[in-house]
Design a protein around this ligand. Structure first.
Ligand SMILES: *[C@@H]1O[C@H](CO)[C@@H](O)[C@H](O)[C@H]1NC(C)=O
Ligand SMILES: *[C@@H]1O[C@H](CO)[C@@H](O)[C@H](O)[C@H]1NC(C)=O
Ligand SMILES: *[C@@H]1O[C@H](CO)[C@@H](O)[C@H](O)[C@H]1NC(C)=O
Ligand SMILES: *[C@@H]1O[C@H](CO)[C@@H](O)[C@H](O)[C@H]1NC(C)=O
Ligand SMILES: *[C@@H]1O[C@H](CO)[C@@H](O)[C@H](O)[C@H]1NC(C)=O
Ligand SMILES: *[C@@H]1O[C@H](CO)[C@@H](O)[C@H](O)[C@H]1NC(C)=O
Ligand SMILES: *[C@@H]1O[C@H](CO)[C@@H](O)[C@H](O)[C@H]1NC(C)=O
Ligand SMILES: *[C@@H]1O[C@H](CO)[C@@H](O)[C@H](O)[C@H]1NC(C)=O
Length: 456
């Protein structure tokens, strides 16, 4: 009886080798002794992601990662995006330096994980997060990964991936679009963290900026009011000794979401709606959204208001620099001061719900409060504006702009933007308050308060 059972098992096993070659390699990893050919894939343990070769009908072979459960193929990562295999076969394996390599038919490497750590006994594993990692066989500690696809972004930001600067390696991870819908090669659009000044993320076409997120104000990017603390997605921004990065997590891991830099220049967040067996990706958010998202739409000191017509406005104390163009609805020359500043008597105009101005040249002090920030700005004649760095818990930190204020926009309600205080000649504000006297008085009384700002 026992031998019969054993024999059956052996027969089934042998049959399966011949009938289902793919099933034999139904695993989540490869080692130096195994490899992946055209007809095989790796599947993560929880069946979330799948990795393998694909071609989009133009005889170029790529190694990529897609969702295992979603029938409409959705690629989230491509290894050899700029070096496709043009021969009819290829292989993914681990070479003798311990690196992951993609080989063409002639066994020439078209792509390598390039880890400088050269070791035997490495294993490349596809995780349920969509991360493809290279590690030592007996070491699963993420800190010790020798390489990971999450450090080598394509056009997609998945939950847990970090967009931004790794201070230790000096790598600034960013999204780069596909060339076209059917060509995963590096396209012209990028979405990249600018770490200078008050960090924010820029969407560029080649070397031209098209849109920026606005800096992180503790709750959201200053220019993305839609980033409300929605139940399913948790946004994170880190600035510490290791990194400056943006990432997000799903509170319900069975909900799929991805942020992509599309080949048409649109930043899009999709969420998978599994209404029936087919399912669809629904567009949850996109940018740029409207004309006010166009970079520097209203020029220096100009403010864009999508609900106004014309959409460009000059704040109190300013007038259009080029009235003729302004009348023709071209606000790109921006605004100039009606009266010159005299430094000592200048006042600050409070603008509410503002996307903060371009911040790469801004000065940031995390520990200063708004009153001290106001004083520093007031004292320095080149300071054009100031704001809180973080708007949570009543506001904290100080940002100062000593440059022309560019790319500002105004939101309709407090769900967008934040308070911004702009230096304006006192004579232009109508009410003439002697700021320095008030300030001196307040200082003496031991309670610094900048309350002579005016709300428009
Ligand atoms: C892959 O599968 C196709 C058709 O299913 C077959 O023609 C081809 O020989 C296979 N290639 C390899 C490398 O197994
Ligand atoms: C590996 O190095 C080669 C040569 O320096 C480079 O062309 C290639 O882009 C690198 N691959 C990765 C994944 O960084
Ligand atoms: C980021 O962190 C660094 C180091 O901790 C700090 O010096 C800098 O002020 C911070 N910048 C912002 C914008 O938070
Ligand atoms: C941007 O790219 C264009 C075209 O490639 C080039 O002519 C121009 O000089 C570049 N500008 C800068 C600031 O690098
Ligand atoms: C998570 O999402 C799935 C699919 O949308 C849903 O069926 C499930 O109830 C959710 N779980 C929680 C805890 O919200
Ligand atoms: C702001 O900071 C200054 C200097 O540290 C301090 O004297 C002042 O009390 C603070 N003001 C408020 C409102 O916390
Ligand atoms: C005023 O601010 C500018 C820009 O931050 C700085 O370069 C300059 O040294 C400051 N001047 C004084 C007197 O603090
Ligand atoms: C503000 O008040 C101070 C002290 O009284 C005075 O010296 C200064 O001239 C006043 N400034 C203006 C613009 O009136």
């Amino acid at each position: 009886m026992k031998t019969i059972t054993t024999t059956i098992i052996i027969i089934v096993f042998i049959l399966s080798i011949f009938l289902f070659p793919c099933l034999i390699l139904s695993t989540d990893s490869i080692t130096s002794t195994t490899s992946l050919n055209l007809n095989q894939t790796l599947v993560s343990k929880g069946q979330v992601f799948e990795l393998g070769f694909f071609d989009l009908g133009n005889n170029n072979l790529y190694i990529g990662i897609w969702y295992k459960q979603i029938k409409k193929r959705t690629y989230v990562w491509v290894a050899n995006r700029d070096t496709p295999i043009t021969s009819s076969s290829g292989k993914l394996t681990i070479d003798d330096t311990g690196n992951i390599v993609v080989l063409d038919q002639a066994e020439t490497a078209v792509w390598s994980s390039n880890s400088s750590v050269s070791k035997a006994n490495t294993v490349a594993q596809l995780l349920d997060s969509g991360n493809f990692v290279l590690r030592m066989e007996d070491d699963e500690d993420p800190e010790n990964y020798m390489w990971q696809s999450f450090d080598d972004l394509t056009d997609t930001l998945l939950p847990g991936m970090k967009l931004g600067w790794d201070r230790k390696t000096g790598v600034n991870r960013f999204l780069r679009s596909w060339k076209t819908n059917t060509n995963p090669g590096s396209g012209d659009y990028s979405f990249k963290m600018n770490i200078d000044g008050f960090p924010e993320v820029y969407l560029t076409l080649g070397n031209r900026t098209m849109y920026r997120s606005g800096p992180w104000n503790g709750r959201r990017f200053s220019g993305v009011p839609e980033m409300k603390s929605v139940s399913v997605i948790e946004f994170e921004f880190e600035n510490n000794s290791d990194e400056i990065s943006y990432s997000y997590e799903m509170s319900n891991h069975s909900v799929y979401s991805r942020l992509i830099m599309s080949s048409s220049g649109r930043l899009q967040r999709f969420t998978w709606i599994d209404s029936d067996s087919t399912g669809t990706w629904s567009e949850y958010w996109f940018a740029p959204r409207d004309q006010c998202d166009d970079f520097r739409k209203c020029g220096p000191f100009g403010i864009c208001d999508a609900n106004a017509s014309p959409s460009c406005e000059c704040m109190k104390g300013f007038r259009p620099k080029n009235q003729w163009a302004w009348n023709l609805r071209d606000g790109s020359d921006g605004c100039v001061r009606s009266s010159e500043l005299d430094c000592g008597s200048d006042e600050f105009l409070l603008l509410k719900n503002m996307k903060l101005p371009e911040s790469s040249k801004a000065f940031v002090d995390q520990s200063m409060n708004l009153s001290s920030c106001a004083m520093i700005c007031k004292r320095n004649c080149s300071c054009a504006a100031y704001a809180n760095m973080d708007i949570t818990q009543g506001g904290s930190g100080c940002v100062i702009w000593a440059v022309d204020l560019l790319d500002m926009r105004k939101y309709a309600d407090s769900e967008g933007g934040q308070d911004l205080y702009v230096r304006v000649a006192a004579s232009d504000l109508g009410t003439f308050l002697n700021f320095s006297t008030d300030m001196t008085y307040a200082l003496t009384a031991g309670m610094v308060q900048v309350d002579n700002a005016i709300i428009i």
